[in-house]
Write a protein that binds this ligand. Structure first.
Ligand code: NAD
Length: 354
């Protein structure tokens, strides 16, 4: 039997595009640069095999996954030409996946929705990754239910409250299946950088006064951020994730965003921190990073997918706080990365900020 991880995806958007293209890239890349871990346990990135995909947009539904990943409105960079996968993107119920503010970006297909849990069973999906838009809570719950029914492990990359919900944790535990999440934390991105900058400053004895982080991007997700109500959950998650790096309360704004369409899938994040160091001397720090969202999401997903597979092989079930703290902004419980060792019998090499 070849060693493979059978993966299904809900939402063939920018993150999914980079994930599918990146998996193809690392299949042939001579040097495995750009990966957080070349191997997770015994698994290489090339062990990831896509077996099913769901979306609601007519430019993606019915297409081979290798074509759908380049279809509009996806605007992340082309990494490689993906070879045909034999996986046709299937129609799902849109539910709340089409938002009032960025809904015009989606052209709904009128194909009949598939029976998702049956597809997961038929394709023997090991790991089901939810990559539907921010604010699609009902759609995320539909996918969590389907994975539960089929006994597939569920990765909730979206801010919907799934892995951090006690009710979902209990259902997965009872089924003997695994759920991790919520809201993927980029390989490099505003949250991981902001958290670690603050952590460094606290460790160097400074007192943090105030901080903000502002994001500008051109992906559909950045457009969605204009819907203040729908994006509230994401802003709350980002703020809590960053605030957790400082052991006292202080004024913080994180996750405020604006949309600039010509930036495509690029995002620029501005950080500003004010504080005091030796004998009350004040300092300010300004920093800016520009990157692309899709690959930043895929960079960590390739680790999380392999970790989840490794955990299922060790008969783990319910939620795992080590994996969730490693890969997500809103884990059920924030724990040190060392917990991965208990969960997986494996640890990333070197110091791992989380
Ligand atoms: N770096 C990142 O991009 C990043 C970081 C953290 C979290 N996330 C989360 O990942 C998710 C995906 O981000 P993205 O940039 O790929 O978004 P995207 O808008 O590019 O893609 C979303 C896809 O979901 C599809 N969709 C809508 N409703 C659906 C439904 N009911 N069923 C199936 N598909 C449906 C859309 O047609 C689209 O193809 C978001 O929830 C986002 O918050 C992304």
């Amino acid at each position: 039997m070849p060693r493979e991880i059978r993966v299904a995806i809900a939402g063939v958007g920018n993150c999914a595009s980079s994930l599918v293209q990146g998996t193809e890239f690392y299949r042939s890349a001579q040097k495995k640069i750009g990966l957080m871990n070349e191997k997770v346990g015994p698994f290489k990135v090339s062990d990831i095999k896509f077996v099913a995909a769901f979306d609601v947009d007519e430019r993606k539904v019915g297409k081979d996954l290798s074509e759908a990943v380049y279809a509009q409105p996806n605007n992340t960079r082309k990494i490689v030409q993906v070879r045909p996968t034999g996986v046709k993107v299937q129609m799902a119920q849109p539910l709340d996946g089409i938002s009032p503010i960025a809904g015009d970006k989606i052209q709904p297909s009128n194909a009949k929705p598939s029976n998702i849990s049956k597809v997961l069973e038929d394709t023997r999906t090991d790991v089901f990754v939810n990559l539907t838009p921010t604010g699609a809570s009902k759609a995320s719950e539909m996918y969590a239910q389907a994975a539960l029914h089929a006994g597939s492990a569920f990765i909730n990359a979206t801010p919907a409250k799934i892995a951090s919900s006690k009710a979902w944790q209990a259902k997965y535990k009872k089924k003997g299946a695994l759920v991790v999440g919520d809201d993927i934390m980029d390989q490099i991105g505003s949250t991981i950088l902001h958290k670690n900058l603050l952590s460094l400053l606290v460790n160097r004895g400074t007192q943090i006064g105030e901080t903000y982080q502002l994001d500008i991007g051109g992906g559909t997700e950045s457009q969605l951020a204009l819907d203040k109500k729908r994006y509230e959950i994401k802003r709350g998650i980002k703020t809590a994730a960053v605030a957790a790096a400082v052991p006292y309360k202080f004024p913080i704004v994180a996750g405020s965003s604006d949309f600039v369409d010509f930036m495509e899938n690029r995002r620029t994040s501005y950080f500003w921190i004010r504080g005091e160091y030796f004998a009350g001397t004040d300092f300010t720090l300004d920093m800016r990073i520009s990157l692309e969202d899709g690959p930043a999401c895929a960079g960590i997903l390739t680790d999380v997918i392999r970790m989840v597979k490794l955990a299922t092989e060790r008969d783990q079930s319910g939620t795992l706080n080590g994996i969730s703290s490693y890969g997500f902004k809103a884990p059920p419980k924030r724990v040190p990365i060392e917990n991965l060792n208990q969960e997986l019998g494996w640890m990333p090499k070197g110091p791992m900020p989380n």
